[in-house]
Design a protein around this ligand. Structure first.
Ligand code: ADP
Ligand code: MG
Length: 630
């Protein structure tokens, strides 16, 4: 093909793809523009997840007529004019690409009103002001489609600010439109880009509606804590705020940290900002969560907001527009400062866990098995159900023979032919050499079935022995496999054992979770989780599958991540089971043997539903090698 310079309209569409890949990215750009314009009131109204309409209204500085003619051109911006400005960038926009890109792939009407100059407005003889609508040159409307201007005319707007209506998004880039996800998934993304700004600016009003439904309606709040509690449906009393200067880096760190009472199965309530931009930072996120291990049990995560103000020259934001990663020059020092501040704040001000009688029932199971600080609870813990031999009609030995499977898949053996010295059980080894490793599967079944339980290591691995091998069982993974298969069997047979809760568990949802729930309540019912709306932000769990002990965690996991309304029941079962598992229980001999037998009764005993091994066999010869005996 000969080399050709692309036509401008093709370039426009390609560029649009970089900046606006989905409705959520359009909304991000528009909200940032409104904030840059100094707005204190930002309303976004959406129809059909943005495919039908994105309508944003702000009360910012407005755009003058002359500028309206410019803003839809590529690289047209009022925010920087030279490299120096870029260095000390204070606004969120600066590329001058968003409006240009959005206009290239949609139908857009922008109306804006700048402040009225009083001399122009004048006063009538009667004393009442002259009507300023349309004829004072302060309000204008511009209409573009596919990047082409159709109209520019005076309009009537009652208040200063800007209003943009976008319809037919991606009408001329059908591939992009086709790749949009379900309404639920797109709406969740929209909430996820919108919410961080609402958290960062508590004093501003933020509204988000979808069709007739109000998703976010946040009135100006007194404090960052009130805003975060209001926006995420949590309690203000469960947050602490701290601000510290970090003089060495000429920066300021502000944090709103949840205390021990906020425990979520995912990291979805964690927000990091650098110079007022929502960003992702694996490093900061990892370190904050790591510090929280001091007060939270494993497998649950806190809510936090980390707001870093740092000399703009220390930060590189000029990376890909849709990526939210930032680069900070002296990141290691900043991270260490943040770690210390978090630890200090949590230790100084963190509160002890408080439970009311109602919450008690809904409290995640792991809270009950955690040491000391956690109150004990009256409802049956999962290990009692899953492991208690007494709950089975069979005695241990009969269970063993009764359940011993006829056809089993392989296990993970480490023996003579397999030197794992550099990395024991490294995943690449067991995945790539699966067949050779697992060829002794039946053998392993039998050996493992006969093995004696000799104890556990850090309440995480169960240790069994035979004359020539040692079996390490990942307690957690094994439990997940057992529970998953039972649950899946129940689902497939249509006989899910359900517990009707005498008092429903009330679960306050975040806006994103709520969107997912609305679409999936029916789907949840098919796996035994019956829920009803309690109030605008709270649902009531009426029934739960008996197998899923930690129903609150399970439900939250189901409502976040992939669009649950589109998942099949096996996927739902797999995700729910993972969220429902408790780690770190101490098992006695009969419980350990019982778990082993239950595992062996599974169709696929040697991997957890997520593909990790459940059992590893260490042969005597392998250990001898480690000790240089052979
Ligand atoms: N809501 C708004 N209020 C006031 N001015 C706006 C608004 N949205 C856009 N503008 C103006 O349009 C220009 C172009 O916007 P955009 O394409 O997003 O580029 P950038 O934000 O990078 O400057 C901005 O620089 C600003 O002058
Ligand atoms: Mg912008």
């Amino acid at each position: 093909m000969p080399v050709l310079v692309l036509a401008p309209d093709v370039i426009a569409k390609i560029a649009a793809g970089e900046v606006v890949e989905r409705p959520a990215s359009v909304i991000k750009e528009l909200v940032e523009n409104s904030l840059d314009a100094g707005s204190t009131n930002i309303e976004v109204h959406i129809k059909d997840a943005g495919k039908e309409l994105i309508h944003i209204k702000d009360d910012g500085c407005g755009i003058a007529k002359d500028d309206l003619e410019q803003i839809f051109q590529r690289h047209a911006t009022s925010k920087i004019s030279n490299m120096e400005d870029l260095e000390k960038l204070a606004s969120m926009g600066f590329r001058g690409e968003a409006l240009y890109s959005v206009a290239a792939v949609s139908d857009i009407i922008l109306r804006s009103k700048t402040p009225v100059i009083p001399a122009k407005a004048g006063i009538q003889k009667s004393g009442s002001p002259i009507k300023t609508f349309g004829n004072d040159n302060s309000a204008w409307e511009i209409h573009l489609q596919g990047g082409k201007r159709l109209d520019l005319k005076p309009t009537a707007l009652s208040a200063q600010g800007t209003e943009i209506k976008i319809t037919q998004l991606f009408y001329n880039t059908p591939a992009r439109r086709k790749f949009l996800k379900s309404t639920t998934a797109e709406m969740q993304q929209i909430v996820n880009v919108f919410l961080p700004y609402a958290l960062l600016y508590p004093q501003k009003r933020f509204v988000l509606t979808h069709g007739e439904r109000s998703l976010i309606d946040l009135k100006p709040a007194f404090s960052a804590i009130d805003r975060i509690a209001d926006a995420l449906n949590l309690e203000s009393k469960d947050f602490i705020e701290t601000t510290q200067e970090f003089v060495e880096l000429n920066s300021r760190v502000r944090m709103v940290l949840s205390n021990i009472n906020v425990q979520r199965p995912r990291r979805d309530l964690q927000f990091i900002f650098v110079n007022n931009r929502p960003v992702e930072s694996k490093n900061l996120s990892f370190n904050l969560n790591d510090i929280y291990r001091l007060i939270l049990p494993p497998g649950v995560y806190p809510a936090f907001l980390l707001d870093i103000q740092i000399d703009p020259s220390e930060v590189d934001v000029n990376i890909h527009p849709t990526k939210r990663e930032v680069r900070i020059r002296q990141e290691a020092r900043l991270v260490s400062f943040v770690r210390h501040l978090t630890e200090y704040t949590l230790m100084q001000q963190g509160q002890a866990k408080t439970l009311s009688a109602d919450e008690d029932k809904a409290a995640p199971m792991h809270q009950r098995s955690a040491p000391g600080a956690w109150p004990t609870n009256s409802i049956t813990s999962p290990e009692q159900i899953v492991f208690n031999p007494m709950s089975s009609p069979n005695s241990e030995s009969s269970i063993e023979s009764h359940f011993l499977p006829t056809e089993k898949l392989g296990g993970h053996t480490i023996g003579d032919n397999f030197d794992t010295r550099p990395a024991l059980g490294r995943s690449s080894h067991w995945q790539t050499s699966e067949t050779s490793l697992f060829k002794n599967a039946d053998n392993m079944q039998d050996k493992f079935a006969r093995a004696r339980y000799i104890g556990s290591f850090i309440h995480k691995y169960l240790i069994f022995e035979t004359d020539q091998s040692m079996f390490l069982v990942d307690q957690h993974a094994a439990q997940e496999r057992i529970m998953f298969e039972k649950f899946e069997n129940q689902i497939n047979a249509g006989t899910i054992e359900i517990q009707h809760l005498l008092t429903p568990i009330l679960l306050k949802l975040t806006p994103a979770e709520h969107i997912a729930w609305e679409e999936s309540a029916q789907q949840l019912k098919t796996v035994g989780i019956e829920t009803t709306a309690f109030d605008d932000d709270t649902i009531a769990i009426q029934t739960q599958p008996i197998l899923l002990k930690n129903i609150e965690n399970a439900l939250r996991v189901l409502l976040s991540g992939d669009d649950i309304a589109r998942c099949d029941r096996t996927t739902i079962a797999r995700r729910a089971c993972k969220a429902s598992i408790v780690s770190g229980d101490r098992l006695d001999v009969s419980q350990a043997a019982y778990q082993r037998n239950q595992l062996l009764a599974c169709k696929d005993p040697f991997t957890c539903p997520h593909g990790r091994p459940t059992v590893v066999e260490l042969k005597e010869s392998f250990l001898d090698k480690q000790f240089l005996r052979i």
